[in-house]
Every structure is written in structure tokens, then in C-alpha cells.
Design a protein around this ligand. Structure first.
Ligand SMILES: *Cc1c(COP(=O)(O)O)cnc(C)c1O
Length: 342
């Protein structure tokens, strides 16, 4: 049975974006962050397509996410490291843990774990061991594949970027790590000095544009489409939706879509979002509800129950309209869509 809403996923745009980010990464290898089910697109399809394009390094958040993908034949790293509960999965070798804390390092050594990655905190104060712990010898005896750090503000031009870069660069040759990795998507746009050996883009693979360098180069990957559940004419003065936030200025043709904030079509799109039939814009009217959204279809007299419309979802614009981040727009999309790749 098909769902009344679907995500059109553009596989060529996904792999083009990865190649673009790879080219911008210079001599560094380009990996892919696929946590949160591939930012909502579906991690296994993302991995399959990027692996076919040549991507070799993939990053998930948890061991559950790693297990869902294994055996995928690609290199997986688990960004949240190892808890005691994770040891069986971690020791099975399906992925490398990214060790974040002194406890995790001790746990991994005691378990006789093999190759691992290590996250060092260079100023974000989120995850990672400290530079001081490293110089005190915490990592001695580990077999480290990739030493990584994470940029707090790569989407802004602030002094913190260079402070983090230079703190990280100072660790070169100090840990025995085979590779060093710092840049997320926005970090790639900061230039070659940020690329080190491996970059870790996520959002830009999926169409996120956070820096001018990505404009017109990063392509939209995700486009929601929703089916019309009912069409009606609202007379002048009639209201639409919860709390009657929209009043018809004149008789208005209205279609109700199978799409709502439970599908990540957030309330910020109320009275602001746009659907399309061909090139005709069909504005959202009234408040987005959990499962339903109303649009003005006066411009599309042929549309009827069961027809499909496309939702404007270019991430920078949709983010500006809705007040949600480009990340939230992707990861909130939920389970009710049919995901249809082309
Ligand atoms: C999520 C994440 C990335 C990818 O970040 P984007 O901003 O989506 O490119 C890279 N590295 C780490 C450690 C992450 O958690």
C-alpha cells in the first residue's frame, strides 16, 4: 500500500554533492555523516549510493545505527564511542568507536579493543578528550586510525575557527593516528587548511547550504510531495484551520494535504509555506496541523482529491521561512513518507 505522502530523493544530486565536496576537500578523502538515518533520507540507501560513487568513510552516532547497516563493506565509525553495553557490538568489528572520554579510552584498552578513532575537544566543549589529557599520555598504547575534532561555528566567520584549527594541527604526529579529520560540511568551505586527511560532511550532501561557497554548487536532494485529501470552496469571510488564523478575503478554493508537523512540516510553515502544481505557487493558508495542511488552489482549478502537489523545500529558503534549522528540516521528516529515489 502506498502512503499519501512521499519524499522524492534525487540520487544524482546526492552523489554530485559528494563529488563537489570531495573536490573542495582537495587532497583529503571525503567521507559522509549518515547519523540519524542518513539525516532522515534513509541511511542504507545513502550508503549504497555514496559507496558506489567511491565514498569509503561513514559516520553514525550509535551502535544501533551501525548494526542496522552492517555488513555494508564500508568503513563505519561510531561517533558516540563505547559504553559498557556497547562492547559486544564494538568488539565484533562492525565499526570503529570514536573514543570521546578518558573512561571510554580506559574501557577500550581494558577490553583489548583494536583500531579506534579518537575525538579531541578543541574548544566546542561538547565531546572529546582534552589536549592536556593527550599530552599526559592518555592515548598511549591505542591503535588510532583517525584523530578528529569538531568545529563549533564553521558556518560563521569567527576567530574560533582558526583557534580550533591551530589547536588541532598542533597534535599532528603526537598520537600515532594514521589520519586527522576536522571539517564538517561548512568546515570544508573554510579552505584547504581545514581539510587535513579526511573531511566529514553531512548536511551539504543532502542539500544544505550554509556558506556562500555552496550556493549554486550544492543541489537540492529532498522534495516532499503530498496528496490532496479534500478540496472545497471557502466563501469570503470563512476561516481555515486551528484557531482560525486565516480568513478568506474572497471566495477561495482550498485543498487539504496529507502532510503535517508530525511529518516535519513544522508549524513555522503556517501561512508561509508554498506548494506547487507545475510552476504555479499554491500558498499554505492557516495553521499547519499534526497531519494536515491547507493550501490555496485557486490558481490550479484542475486539482482534485487524490492529486499530488510538490512542497517547496530548498533547505536555505525553507529554513528562513519556517525558523527551523536546515538540519531539523531533514531529520524531522519521520516515518510516514514513502521514500522514492530516482
Ligand atoms: C554531524 C557531524 C558531522 C557532519 O556535520 P554537518 O554539519 O552535517 O556537515 C561531522 N562530524 C561530527 C563529529 C558530527 O557529529
Amino acid at each position: 500500500m502506498s502512503a499519501p505522502l512521499r519524499l522524492r530523493l534525487d540520487g544524482a544530486a546526492l552523489t554530485d554533492n559528494w563529488r563537489t565536496l570531495g573536490a573542495m576537500s582537495g587532497r583529503a578523502a571525503c567521507g559522509a555523516a549518515i547519523k540519524a538515518d542518513g539525516y532522515g533520507l534513509g541511511a542504507s540507501e545513502v550508503v549504497r549510493r555514496l559507496a558506489a560513487a567511491g565514498c569509503r568513510d561513514f559516520f553514525v552516532a550509535t551502535w544501533g545505527e551501525a548494526e542496522a547497516l552492517a555488513p555494508s563493506g564500508v568503513s563505519l565509525a561510531v561517533l558516540h564511542g563505547v559504553r559498557e553495553d556497547d562492547l559486544p557490538a564494538a568488539l565484533s568489528g562492525i565499526a570503529r568507536p570514536v573514543l570521546n572520554t578518558a573512561f571510554q579510552v580506559v574501557r577500550w584498552k581494558a577490553a583489548g579493543g583494536g583500531a579506534c578513532d579518537v575525538m579531541v575537544d578543541t574548544g566546542m566543549n561538547r565531546l572529546g578528550v582534552s589536549v592536556g589529557e593527550i599530552t599526559a599520555g592518555l592515548l598511549n598504547g591505542l591503535t588510532i586510525n583517525t584523530l578528529m575534532s569538531h568545529l563549533a561555528s564553521a558556518d560563521e566567520d569567527v576567530a574560533l575557527n582558526e583557534a580550533q584549527r591551530s589547536a588541532f594541527a598542533a597534535l599532528a604526529g603526537r598520537t600515532g593516528a594514521k589520519r586527522m579529520s576536522l571539517a564538517n560540511s561548512a568546515g570544508i568551505a573554510l579552505g584547504a587548511a581545514y581539510a587535513f586527511d579526511l573531511t566529514r560532511p553531512g548536511i551539504a550532501l543532502y542539500g544544505g547550504v550554509q556558506r556562500p561557497a555552496f550556493e549554486r554548487r550544492i543541489r537540492q536532494v529532498v522534495t516532499p510531495e503530498a496528496q490532496i485529501l479534500q478540496r472545497r470552496c471557502v466563501p469570503a469571510g470563512g476561516v481555515v484551520g486551528y484557531n482560525a488564523t486565516w480568513t478568506a478575503p474572497a471566495p477561495t478554493e482550498v485543498a487539504i494535504l496529507n502532510l503535517g508537523y508530525a511529518d516535519g512540516y513544522w508549524r513555522g510553515f503556517s501561512n508561509k509555506g508554498v506548494a506547487r502544481a507545475g510552476d504555479r505557487a499554491l500558498p499554505v493558508i492557516g495553521r499547519v496541523s499534526m497531519d494536515l495542511t491547507a493550501i490555496d488552489v485557486t490558481a490550479a482549478p484542475e486539482l482534485t482529491e487524490g492529486d499530488w502537489v510538490t512542497i517547496d523545500y530548498a533547505l536555505p529558503e525553507a529554513s528562513a521561512i519556517s525558523g527551523m534549522s536546515q538540519y531539523e528540516l531533514l531529520t524531522g521528516m519521520g516515518r510516514r513518507y514513502d521514500r522514492v529515489w530516482s
